[in-house]
Design a binder for this molecule. Structure first.
Ligand code: NI
Length: 406
């Protein structure tokens, strides 16, 4: 990874130093008071107060803690939504930053503090100088696993919205780089549990037992052959078992074992095939060894599928702001999850990556206790999203005119 020349001139015209300092202040304030999924009350309060000060009408308490602002320019004009997620993670912060978390065991370790600040920054820019369309500012709870986007949509936040945009700060790119990918951008994130019940007994008399540890070990090995021997290697897929618990003492054969893992795929049929194979593996092992094995899947997020035209708009605006050379074409889907997926299942949209790597700390990923980002990304993000709304409003306006004339 090499730091590139950042072109900040155009960005600084949209987000001047004074506004940047305000956005940064918002980020730091939010960072200091992180809140977990569906508990983002203080955060929502701050967002609500800020929108009020900006003179943007909004509603609170959507999907429990969500906030949605609306800047209405003309009811007949296109409406574009910008989305930020608000939740933090159950991680003990170790950044040593002067504005570190005040809440023990809770940390903004995924940059959602930055996402809120970016969308508030874009709101300030757009309020000051309105675009040719209406803007909906979505601040949603619970992105980290519980899928806050879903209840937000059920409560109607996408009603009347034509296109949606968002982005994620990350450390794989430096500030000034914006990563775009059309089509499949993230993965299905299914979690699974396997509960094995054998028969416990004395370690010296295995013939009287059904060894749950042995079955668990076999399962781990067998499951890891599913992808390598059944899935077309040209399709991305991964199974990771992150938890295995069994046994109590050195001289007893364990009766029970529990495994937990995740299946990441980008294709529905491959996802189904893997689930089916794990099912067959567990049930045949259970017959073979006379043990009870229960396999359950907890469906996660679907993939984010970025719409082609929305990505063209995103690319165009990014290239205008940071230059073509810094508008990075992301070649492959990530096997991470992102509940922005639910929005783009309903309406066209594009989710991008905002480079935010801190020089010297590039190897510290999100969800790490020492995760931080280069705050200049806040300026890039706010400028990009506000310009994107402006550009998209004009583009969709034109389509509507053409469409209506037909
Ligand atoms: Ni995140």
């Amino acid at each position: 990874m090499q730091k590139r020349d950042i072109k900040m001139n155009k960005i600084k015209k949209i987000v001047n130093d004074e506004l940047f300092e305000w956005i940064r202040y918002m980020r730091r304030t939010i960072h200091q008071s992180p809140e977990l999924a569906f508990k983002e009350e203080k955060t929502a309060g701050l967002i609500s107060d800020t929108l009020k000060k900006l003179g943007i009408k909004h509603k609170t308490g959507i999907a429990r803690t969500g906030v949605v602002g609306k800047l209405t320019v003309d009811e007949k004009a296109p409406t574009i939504a910008l989305r930020a997620d608000m939740d933090a993670l159950p991680i003990i912060e170790e950044t040593g930053l002067p504005f570190s978390s005040d809440i023990p065991g809770v940390m903004h370790a995924c940059g959602h503090d930055g996402h809120i600040a970016i969308v508030l920054g874009a709101a300030a820019v757009l309020k000051e100088n309105p675009p040719a369309g209406n803007v909906v500012f979505i601040f949603q709870p619970a992105e980290e696993g519980e899928g806050g986007a879903k209840p937000m949509i059920e409560e109607g936040v996408l009603d009347g919205v034509d296109m949606i945009f968002g982005g994620h700060i990350e450390s794989h790119h430096y500030v000034g780089e914006i990563g775009v990918k059309s089509g499949v951008h993230t993965a299905y994130t299914d979690a699974f549990d396997i509960k094995i019940t054998g028969k416990g007994g004395h370690a010296a008399r295995p013939h009287e037992t059904t060894d749950a540890i042995l079955l668990a070990s076999k399962l781990v090995m067998d499951i890891q052959t599913i992808i390598s021997r059944n899935i077309d290697p040209l399709y991305p897929a991964v199974i990771s078992i992150g938890y295995l618990k069994s046994g109590t003492v050195y001289n007893a054969i364990a009766e029970k074992a529990v495994l937990k893992g995740t299946i990441r795929t980008t294709d529905e049929s491959i996802r189904a095939l893997i689930i089916d194979k794990i099912k067959k593996t567990t049930s045949s092992l259970s017959i073979l060894h006379d043990a009870k094995i229960i396999f359950t899947v907890n469906p996660g997020y679907p993939p984010v599928i970025n719409e082609k035209r929305a990505c063209e708009f995103a690319r165009h605006v990014a290239a205008e702001l940071v230059g073509k050379e810094n508008t990075v074409e992301i070649p492959l889907a990530s096997l991470g999850g992102e509940d922005f997926a639910y929005y783009v299942q309903k309406i066209p949209g594009c989710f991008v990556r905002f480079g935010g790597a801190v020089e010297g700390n590039e190897n510290i990923p999100s969800h790490n206790p020492r995760f931080d980002f280069d705050e200049e990304v806040l300026r890039v993000g706010a400028a990009y999203l506000s310009e994107l709304v402006r550009f998209t409003a004009k583009k969709l306006h034109k389509c509507n005119v053409i469409y209506n004339q037909k």
